[in-house]
Design a protein around this ligand. Structure first.
Ligand SMILES: C[S@@+](CC[C@H](N)C(=O)[O-])C[C@H]1O[C@@H](n2cnc3c(N)ncnc32)[C@H](O)[C@@H]1O
Length: 163
């Protein structure tokens, strides 16, 4: 099986290496975003040739998982309406919709343990078998923005979808 992904949308074409695969209990429905307390087996299985790249990753509590949302079938649109947003319409780049020009997903998850080429994580919002493009540490002093807000979501009634 080839581990190359060819991205052909847009005016440039990129070829990327799949560095691993996401393993989750989900084949259809997942939460809209990662749920830290989600029960089940969540892990990233890294291709063996990248195992050395995990050195010191376990010193962090959280990491970004960047992946290719490979089973998107819906038509692309610049305006989207997230399923939890009560019909609100926003631009795709103001959303976390999986249906976007490049089907890139990003999730922040807790690193539970790393054993050889497998990273056990907290809950992930991706289907089992989703290809992983990259992993990066979530670094407190770089990544936490103390004045961050919730954008247009703050105009909605209730914030259940953020919990
Ligand atoms: C709203 S997206 C958010 C993804 C990521 N956390 C982000 O913000 O970029 C999560 C949804 O994408 C869908 N999804 C997850 N993995 C997928 C895959 N491999 N192919 C197609 N859809 C997928 C599921 O319906 C899931 O609820």
């Amino acid at each position: 099986m080839s581990n190359k992904i060819k991205l052909t949308e847009g005016f440039m074409c990129f070829e990327m290496n799949q560095i691993g695969v996401i393993r989750t209990p989900y084949t259809k429905n997942t939460p809209n975003q990662p749920v830290e307390e989600d029960e089940g087996d969540f892990r990233i299985v890294v291709e063996p040739q990248y195992t050395d790249g995990l050195y010191k990753l376990a010193s962090f509590r959280y990491m970004y998982v960047i992946y290719y949302i490979h089973q998107v079938k819906q038509e692309q649109s610049m305006i989207v309406s997230p399923p939890w947003a009560g019909g609100a319409k926003v631009g795709v780049f103001a959303s976390r919709s999986p249906v976007r020009p490049n089907h890139i997903g990003i999730s922040i998850v807790r690193i539970k343990s790393i054993i050889n080429n497998e990273i056990l994580t907290s809950g992930l919002d991706a289907f089992d078998g989703t290809p992983v493009l990259d992993i990066k540490p979530y670094i407190k002093d770089l990544d936490v923005k103390s004045d961050a807000n919730n954008g247009w979501i703050e105009e909605m009634d209730g914030h259940e979808h953020l919990s």
